[in-house]
Design a protein around this ligand. Structure first.
Ligand SMILES: Nc1ncnc2c1ncn2[C@@H]1O[C@H](COP(=O)(O)OS(=O)(=O)O)[C@@H](OP(=O)(O)O)[C@H]1O
Ligand SMILES: Nc1ncnc2c1ncn2[C@@H]1O[C@H](COP(=O)(O)OP(=O)(O)O)[C@@H](O)[C@H]1O
Length: 238
């Protein structure tokens, strides 16, 4: 049976939901006025909540945030992970930085403030997917620590799982599947991450993917590492 909740109390200024909502990890977990420009808006709560959707799906919604240099294997891991979870009957959705820049984020450049807005939007979309009960996999360079941490801060504790693709620059550059490093080294792309733009590695990521000596694990083995984490933390059951 699904549990039905009565509606939560909304602050008189419409600025937030009462903290009693935090127990079920629903999207009402953290609603703040920070950065919000619209006034006189009030959160509308529905009787079907995250906990109900999770029960239906027999899993827990969360965000797996894969960060790393271009060519570090983010998209490859995202695809391998979504395939492996799908075959176990788990509902996932991949948000790939490159792909989202074709639509939702097509107005953004690679300047620091646009990268920040790119990450903010992807974080908000990922939060919605997570609230729907889906295991959302975001694969984005997300070079700035504060932008990634901001995405972490809008999710319930534990639901933002950062995966750091800790691949040396020379490996990423040798792969160069799109020829972008070559263009950047030739001065034909400005502000390319790792070449003439910064990448700030995570300090406390939940999972680190590294090479062992000169050997890089297969995408399937990397995906299994993430799945073991999800399993241990209870995300693969309601
Ligand atoms: N200047 C510059 N720096 C880094 N990357 C660049 C740049 N210009 C284009 N690209 C291509 O854009 C992809 C990264 O997009 P993201 O949205 O993930 O970037 S970011 O998180 O906003 O930094 C990235 O995809 P991946 O190689 O899959 O990481 C590149 O193909
Ligand atoms: N585990 C791996 N072992 C060997 N090659 C890999 C691995 N993961 C990715 N690659 C290769 O590296 C290149 C970059 O991978 P990709 O997933 O596109 O990286 P990113 O999304 O971080 O730019 C691709 O050619 C891909 O086939």
């Amino acid at each position: 049976m699904f549990s039905l909740k009565t509606s939560g109390e909304v602050n008189s200024n419409g600025g937030g939901i009462s903290s009693s909502d935090e127990s079920n990890g629903s999207i009402c977990h953290e609603i703040s006025t920070k950065g919000r420009r619209s006034m006189n808006i009030v959160w509308h709560k529905c009787s079907v909540e995250k906990i109900d959707r999770q029960e239906l799906l027999q899993q827990k919604g969360c965000v797996i945030w894969i960060t790393g240099l271009s060519g570090s294997g983010k998209s490859t891991l995202a695809c391998s992970l979504t395939r492996a979870l799908h075959s176990r009957g788990k509902l996932t959705y991949v948000l790939d930085g490159d792909n989202l820049r074709h639509g939702l984020n097509s107005d953004l450049t690679f300047k620091a403030e646009d990268r920040a807005e790119n990450i903010r939007r992807i974080g908000e979309v990922a939060k919605l997917f997570s609230d729907s009960g889906v295991i959302c996999i975001a694969s984005v360079i997300s070079p700035y620590r504060k932008d990634r941490d901001a995405c972490r801060s809008i999710l319930p504790d534990g639901d933002f799982i950062e995966v750091f693709m800790d691949m040396p620059l020379h490996v990423c550059e040798a792969r160069d599947p799109k020829g972008l490093y070559k263009l950047a080294r030739a001065g034909k792309i400005e502000g390319f991450t790792g070449v003439d733009d910064p990448y700030e590695p995570p300090l406390n990521s939940e999972i680190i993917i590294q090479m062992e000596g000169e050997v890089c694990s297969s995408p399937e083995v990397m995906a299994e590492k993430v799945i073991s984490y999800l399993d241990a933390k209870g995300y693969l059951q309601a």
